[in-house]
Design a protein around this ligand. Sequence first.
Ligand code: SF4
Length: 88
Amino acid sequence: MHDKDEMVEDLHDHSVAAVRIKTHPGLCAGWGNCHRFAPDLYPLDADGHVAIHLMEAPGERADDARLGALACPAGAITVITSIVGHTG
Ligand code: SF4
């Protein structure tokens, strides 16, 4: 049985090809936490709400994307990664 930390650790053993970030504007409450962790992945609009709906980023940004999503108190961010295999 894997707990969440082990699953995240497992992901580090693989090469993440790409990361897709999806936000849910209806849930965003404008906390801005996502922006604090990754300002370029999570730009904010003039009202302080996340200003993207869907973004693709290179795999090396997966950790930044996940940090932003985990920091969101509203659960308004979903991060999907594509895993292509072991790095070594
Ligand atoms: S942390 Fe969540 S609630 Fe706050 S701006 Fe980002 S998406 Fe919106």
